[in-house]
Design a protein around this ligand. Sequence first.
Ligand code: ADP
Ligand code: MG
Length: 216
Amino acid sequence: MNLHEFQAKGLLRSYGVPVPDGGVASTASDALRVAKELNSDRWVIKAQVHAGGRGKAGGVKVVDVFSDLYDLSANMLGMKIVTKQTGAEGKIVRRILVEKATDIQQEIYISFLVDRDSEQHMIIASSEGGVEIEEVAEKTPEKVIKERINPVTGMGQFLGRKIAKKMGLDPKLLNKFADVANKLYQCFVDHDGMMLEINPMVVTGSGDIVCLDAKM
Ligand code: ADP
Ligand code: MG
């Protein structure tokens, strides 16, 4: 089963994973109401379709001025998103996620999957977030970090810190990263996930870690 971003984020939130505050809207007036409730001065509207690469296809828009929100939402609702994963026929946007815009300092990549050969879980991470991991693997394979997780013993703080160090994260962030990675892993395990991908996970201007996208 494929979850929409807003559903995956709701699940992650219940595990204590930091995700931006937000709500779903299916009309432009809904979007205004959600944005008002968010108590922010910048928003992001995001097409809820099953496809990555929405950003490049016009399915993610930062809104800096409240008076622009209605029209931008109205334009996105009903639009057709065409990406590699949707095929040429594309997908019509029926719902958008209205979120607080996050102040991004650094974008990183993290995912969990089941390695069939070893029957173990794998964590894949990279300091190069926000782009497709296949692209990173092709151009700069040394920037893709892979570690096995023994499903019996679980992940633990040590492995999280090790990965953060390998990515070259600010030493102040090692524990925060390990904490979020462990919560993500717990959610992945509890739901018998095949794949959980956060791209991007970001470091904010105030030194927090937030998951901006979620694919499950
Ligand atoms: P997709 O992977 O489908 O293109 P993402 O959710 O990854 O969609 O969004 C694309 C980009 O938009 C992200 O890499 C990030 O830079 C930006 N973005 C997404 N959500 C937010 C947010 N809440 N605040 C600020 N920027 C965001
Ligand atoms: Mg993404």
